[in-house]
Design a protein around this ligand. Sequence first.
Ligand SMILES: Cc1cc2nc3c(=O)[nH]c(=O)nc-3n(C[C@H](O)[C@H](O)[C@H](O)COP(=O)(O)OP(=O)(O)OC[C@H]3O[C@@H](n4cnc5c(N)ncnc54)[C@H](O)[C@@H]3O)c2cc1C
Length: 514
Amino acid sequence: MAYYDYIIVGSGIAGLYTSLLAKEQGSVLVITKGSIDDCNTKYAQGGIAAAIGRGDSPELHFKDTIAAGDGLCDEKAVRILVNEAPGRIAELVNFGVPFDTLDGEIALTMEAAHSIPRILHAGGDATGEHIEVTLSKLVRSSKIKVLEDCLATEILVEKGAVRGIKAIDCHTGSIDEFECRSLILATGGAGQLFKFNTNSDIATGDGIALAYKAGAEIVDMEFFQFHPTALSLPGVTPFLISEAVRGEGGILRNVDGYRFMPDYTPQGDLAPRDIVTRSILYEMKKTSSDRVFIDVTHLPPYVTTTRFPNIYQFCLAHGLDITEELVPVAPAAHYMMGGIKTNSWGETNIAGLFATGETACTGVHGANRLASNSMLEVVVFSKRIVGKTGKGIKQRASSVTKGTEAHHLLSQRQVPETAPAPSLSALQQLHWNKVGVIRNRESLTQAADILAAWQKALPKPTDRPSYELNNLVLTGQLVTEAALLRKESRGAHFRSDFPQSSPQWQRHIVFTTK
Ligand SMILES: Cc1cc2nc3c(=O)[nH]c(=O)nc-3n(C[C@H](O)[C@H](O)[C@H](O)COP(=O)(O)OP(=O)(O)OC[C@H]3O[C@@H](n4cnc5c(N)ncnc54)[C@H](O)[C@@H]3O)c2cc1C
């Protein structure tokens, strides 16, 4: 059986960046279920946050991150994030990421809920693509072994420690086992839970399901961020209209052309995502419309076409010239704040198992992620994983900080003897309708019951779609049960039956199998 010092599952920014650092410490295998560049990372538009500009400081970045996180950020992790950001940006520059410049300095833009322009970008609104392509080229030309179209199906644990991973070759269906000293999950998010989402089709919660089944702790799953502004055109999958568009002066208007955001919050168009998302939904209801609009027609056309070339071209290809016409938008599921619980070294509660990127929960986002902090989280904490594992010793399980946590088993629900097996579209519709932006006890209980029945009815997986559907059902159960448990509204989690936040809920919900 093949043995590696590091096995990394996933080839978005988290998997690639970690593998480039890890290859200096030992042998590396990257397993990825599609081609190397299939991931959410390549769709990231706005950029990556770091306090590197004049007048900015890690302290200011810290304050903005804590404010967005609505009482649930891990302050120690946020300090690490903001303090180590400049060093990691320098590393990305060394790797060759071509950040945009202005007058010879890295250009910085504004995004919602940041108090100062601090977002680095590349190719205007093609930041993720530039990062992904730069890193994947480096990986391809290195000694790192990459297995594409290879889907991880089970974490192998022996005597409480990771031994390796099982994976299926998506072409032949054959299953292989690979052994390692350190297993790093970098499998991304779970946006495919929801009918309307901005994510790539790889975002099926695989890492969450694998880790949960292996005995890892899963935390904060009720916090799923909905992006307020995805393009809403009939027959077109939701395409992100970056926050940076409002950062550059874009204005939200309702179907009657009225600028509504100042009616909801003094922060207006640049309020945090959860507030803008709910305001848009209220405004859509008020005006009996399924969309609102972003207006950039007052900006000089060259600003729109040069700062947002991808968005401009995408809309133009669908018959919309955004320099002259309003852009129809509606909210869509976007980012999973919760995930596999890690400490500030990326360690989980299972020895030898690490998680990084969107599948991990380091605690920096709390109840609501500050825009452009997620790719930053990846590079800061991946570096720490490799720093910690570089000594060649198998890591011990992380110690758990129980003080602010409530531990739960997934609830055992009464389910009918026989139930029809779910389809992907039924699962996405269920989550959008019952576990979406605004939830309540009734909608969540209905969803939890249906998911439990589906869990029982799922056939044994045999190929990529069936493994992914299995993983989505389990991830959906974790999201739904956590949302039912949290009887308050906070950050991205809004319950119409408990619309206020409550001090007694300033704690985390953790699921484990034990
Ligand atoms: C449209 C959009 C715009 C965004 N804009 C920004 C932004 O401006 N700034 C920012 O900071 N963040 C942004 N985000 C969020 C950010 O892009 C992601 O959180 C980040 O890129 C996640 O990186 P990752 O490496 O963790 O996951 P991904 O990039 O999603 O990569 C996951 C990888 O894991 C692989 N994988 C999954 N399951 C398995 C399995 N079972 N076996 C093998 N391989 C598997 C996938 O194929 C993929 O290669 C945006 C996200 C989207 C969708």
